[in-house]
Design a protein around this ligand. Structure first.
Ligand code: SIN
Length: 308
């Protein structure tokens, strides 16, 4: 193991940096820009059973230190992911990839996970129970501990791959949802998804987003994400993947001190497509600055004082 490596649910990553789902497509678009094998891994676009066109436009709105999106889970559907996206990815990425799975019913989550389970390129299933941009059941699985547990239990029954459940920050008590997923068999948790938000155009006096609301991401949400990762990591025994506004090597280290084993980078990829590559190459400098010899030694370091 090198000084940057971490172990995520039994699979070793060369480094903890993972482009977040929805900001990195299915990888090969970025492989035209740089060798994406420098990444720990990446989480591919949220995949549903059927192809989805997504929400009407406009789907993006700006915000101070962040952005709102209401993409609405646009994706080609799981059959096309298996027949087209994964073979294309194989030509440019030799590491296990994280498959992000979305759904509108327990049955849909199960069907998509069962279809992806035999794919050898897939290392982890990241089960997204927290999309704020779809009507119906998308986010409601992530806002109720019983529903979160039901999805977790059902997908665990159809896969041997580690299941990482992606949690919503749009709740009063994220720890209760996290514990419910752990009790139901989750191998890991990722948090946070975006915050339900809204902007209004002063000229038209209407919402900017066609869907009225969208999910806020970017540096504005980073302190909130750190707080939630800290609270959840202290409360569970399974690994936590931290995300939400991460845009620098310093942010990666802060997330790991909060308790994250690995760290996803989302909106920053949309500002700078080289963001993850640049963060990885900057990590050794920041580690040296703060006297860190091995990254896996700092995981959860910020809660050590509470044990004193
Ligand atoms: C989207 O496609 O609307 C974003 C996915 C998510 O926030 O979970």
């Amino acid at each position: 193991m090198g000084p940057l490596s971490v172990n995520l649910c039994g699979i070793e990553l060369d480094n903890p940096v993972i482009p977040a789902s929805g900001t990195f497509g299915f990888g090969y678009e970025f492989a035209e820009l740089y060798d994406i094998n420098c990444l720990g891994t990446f989480s591919f676009k949220g995949t549903t059973r059927e192809p989805r066109f997504g929400n009407p436009t406009p789907r993006i709105a700006e915000a101070p230190s962040g952005m709102l999106n209401s993409v609405g889970l646009q994706n080609p559907g799981v059959d096309a992911v298996i027949s087209r996206e994964l073979p294309r990815l194989k030509t440019c990425f030799s590491k296990p990839v994280m498959a992000n799975v979305s759904g509108f019913s327990v049955e849909e989550y199960v069907d998509v996970c069962a279809a992806l389970d035999p794919q050898p390129q897939i290392g982890w299933l990241e089960v997204n129970i927290s999309c704020p941009n779809v009507h119906g059941e998308g986010m409601s699985f992530g806002t109720d501990p019983n529903a979160a547990a039901e999805v977790t239990r059902a997908v665990k029954a159809v896969t041997t791959k580690p299941v990482i459940v992606k949690l919503s920050p749009n709740v009063t008590d994220i720890v209760s949802i996290a514990r419910a997923c752990e009790d139901a068999g989750a191998d890991g948790l990722s948090l946070i998804n975006t915050l339900l938000s809204m902007r209004i155009d002063l000229r038209t006096r209407r919402p900017i987003l066609a869907n009225t609301t969208g999910g806020l991401s970017g540096p504005a949400v980073f302190p909130l994400a750190v707080r939630m990762v800290y609270q959840v990591a202290k409360a569970v025994c399974i690994p936590v993947v931290g995300l939400g506004g991460v845009s620098s090597a310093e942010n990666v280290i802060e997330m790991m001190l909060a308790g994250a084993t690995a760290v996803q980078v989302g909106a920053a990829n949309l500002v700078n497509p080289f963001a993850c590559r640049d963060i990885i190459s900057d990590l050794p400098r920041v580690m040296e600055e703060y006297g860190i010899k091995e990254l896996n030694e700092i995981i959860g370091g910020a809660s050590e004082w509470e044990k004193m």
